[in-house]
Each structure stands twice: as C-alpha cells, then as structure tokens.
Write a protein that binds this ligand. Structure first.
Ligand code: KG4
Ligand code: ZN
Length: 350
C-alpha cells in the first residue's frame, strides 16, 4: 500500500504555500507571496497579508494539484500551519483547511510552522535520525532543540533572549539603508566584505553566561554596537564601509549560532545537526556550520535554499511525519495560535 497523500497549507506570514507530499516524496508545491507589497512600508502589514492569502489560496491550490498530477479526492489528510504567525494570515489558511477537511471527509493536522522548517529536510535527505539537535533560525526564532521524534518529542534547550537572527539582519539592513527585508541584502553585501575588519561583540559568550545561558542567544547588543559604529563614522564625516560591516556583523551572529549548536550536539551526544528556517539561506551560516560540524564529526543537514523560506512542503512534511507516528489529528475546533510553543507540534482544542 502506498503512503498517505498529504495536502500541506502554509499561511503564517506573507507566503501562501500549497504542497502535496506522499510519504517523504514531494509531488508538487506552489508558493505565492505578497512581499512586494511591503517594501514601501519597511515591514509586513498584517491586514494586507490576510487579504492576499484570501486571494491567492484557490489559484495556488489548483496550481499545486496540477503540478502534482493529483485530484482533491485522492488526498488522505490535510496539514495546515496552526502557528506561530500572524493571526489573520493563519486564520485564512486554517479556515481553508477546515473547509476542505469537512467537504472531503478527511482529517486535518494543525501543525507547528517552525518545526516544519526541520521536517522539510526529510523530503530531501531522507528519514531524520532517532535523535538530533535542531537549530531553528528564522525571522521570529533562533532556537536550539533536542529532538527524538519530529512529530512527538521536541524539547527546547535554549533560544534568543531578544532578537532572532533574521530579525537582527533585517534591522541592521534597515540602519545601513538596504532594501526590506534586509537579511538577504546584508548576506549579499557581506560576501564582498572583510569579516575581520571590525570586531563586534558576541552576546552571552562571557564566562558568567556560559553555564546559565549555554544554549541561549542575545543579538540586540550586537545590533546596537553596529548602530553606534555607523553613527560614529557618520558623525566624523567618514565613509561607512557597508560591506565590511555586513561581513563582521554576519560573522558575529553566525559564530554564536554555530558554536552553541555544535556545543549542544557534543553535550547531548547527538551526531546530527539539522538547521532550518528562512535564515538558514544565509551563506556564512552554511559555510561556518559545515566547517565546525566537520571538525566535530557531526553530520550536518540543511535543506536546499528553496525549502528554507516558508512553503507548503514544510507543512505537508510535518503532517506526513505526524501520521506516520500515529498522532491523532487535530479536533476541528483548534484555533490559530500566534505564539504556538515549539514543543506543541500538533494543535489540540483550547
Ligand atoms: O522562516 P522565514 O521565511 O520567516 C519566518 O518564519 O520568520 O524567515 C525569514 C527571515 C527574514 O528575517 C529574512 O530577512 C531572513 O530570514 N533571511 C536571511 C536570508 N534569507 C532570508 N537572512 C540572512 N541571510 C539570508 N540569505
Ligand atoms: Zn518560517
């Protein structure tokens, strides 16, 4: 018997993603985004995002079904992001998922978007190991997780005390006058810069923080250090070396992320590190993680770039993992949860 066919629906932020997954095979996925509408505001406007999901959902669903070569009636279950995310955006995706579930008579899994960033790696690199460390790096999260089963057993070891890595990149991009969202622009500019040119601080690396905050991050002091540096140059009428600042800033963030993730692997005896989330597209993160994992004898898994940003495949992959693990579907009254905790993988009644 072939594995169940899962329809995955993503709508946490600006991307409307729909994907079809059978077992660990991605049959088709299509993503629409309303990001272009926010450049002039310098940030996402939730009401615009909700309306864009409403407009994009049916065409995106139709396109994904066509790409996968399957009909709605063949679907065995529906997975949808239940959180964390923008409440209006989540509501559109969840309403669509519940309507489909009711009309098709199929179960629905309201899954955790952030955990989906790791689950999607199964579609590329095959089954996840029995135990591994997950490093989630996105616009909203920078967290280190200890995972025994992606669908049932996730424990947060630590996370950022203030800004997430992607958020810090976006803020520094803004203060350097780069377009929104700044992350990819800071990354691009950093490649032309000298990462040794400036030494920016590493948060929570001091001896006194090393035990209590062993797996935590703090990036707001770093962002302030960059702001002060730029101010002092501008105040003195000197040129701002954007490429070098981007490179040195990127090095500080990625040094903390990779050092702490590798430490978590070594401390727990996990031999695999999986990195996921929008920020895992960052070129220096990929390079430094590869170097440090190799030196420590740790297998590194990072999904290819197209699965790092939000997409329906991550939701379908986690729905498929939940079914495989025998997890009960969500009750039909589950609600969107803008702050869904990382250890809640499938939504329940509230
Ligand atoms: O996971 P994601 O798509 O959305 C959330 O769930 O938050 O992550 C988006 C974040 C944004 O902050 C974006 O600027 C950042 O990831 N990002 C990057 C890169 N690509 C995306 N940051 C640094 N370098 C990149 N190449
Ligand atoms: Zn995301």
């Amino acid at each position: 018997m072939s594995a169940p066919l899962i329809l995955g629906i993503e709508s946490t932020c600006d991307e409307t993603g729909v994907a079809l997954v059978r077992g660990r095979e991605l049959l088709g996925d299509v993503t629409a985004t309303s990001m272009d509408e926010y450049a002039r505001f310098g940030g996402i406007i939730p009401e615009i995002a909700s309306r864009a999901h409403l407009e994009a959902f049916v065409p995106t669903l139709d396109a994904a079904l066509e790409r996968a070569g399957v009909g709605l009636e063949e679907i065995d279950a529906i997975a949808v992001c239940a959180g964390p995310g923008l409440i209006g955006s989540l509501t559109v995706g969840i309403s669509a998922a519940k309507a489909l579930a009711a009309s098709l008579g199929k179960p629905v899994y309201g899954v955790n978007h952030v955990i989906g960033h790791l689950a999607v790696d199964e579609l590329v690199d095959g089954p996840l190991p029995d135990r591994f460390i997950g490093l989630i790096v996105s616009g909203g999260h920078s967290s280190i997780l200890s995972i025994r089963d992606i669908a049932t057993d996730v424990v947060e070891l630590g996370g950022t005390l203030d800004d997430a890595a992607g958020e810090a990149f976006d803020k520094v991009g803004r203060l350097l006058g780069l377009p929104y969202p700044g992350g990819p622009h800071v990354d691009r500019r950093s490649r032309a810069g000298d990462r040794e040119a400036i030494r920016f601080p590493r948060g929570l690396a001091a001896a006194k923080d090393r035990e209590r905050h062993r797996y935590d991050f703090s990036f707001s002091g770093l962002k302030t250090a960059v702001a002060r540096y730029v101010e002092s140059l501008e105040g003195g009428g000197r040129e701002v070396p954007v490429d070098d600042i981007c490179a040195a800033f990127s090095e500080a963030i990625n040094d903390s992320l990779t050092a702490k993730a590798v430490a978590a692997c070594l401390d727990t005896g996990c031999r695999t590190l999986v990195i996921g989330g929008g920020f895992s597209a960052n070129s220096r993160l990929r390079e430094l993680a590869a170097e440090r994992c190799e030196a420590a004898g740790i297998a590194l898994r990072i999904p290819p770039l197209r699965y790092c940003t939000d997409n329906g495949a991550q939701i379908a992959a986690l729905g498929a993992a939940a079914m495989r693990a025998g997890v009960e579907p969500s009750p039909l009254d589950f609600a969107p949860d803008s702050g869904m905790p990382l250890d809640t993988i499938v939504a329940r009644s509230r």
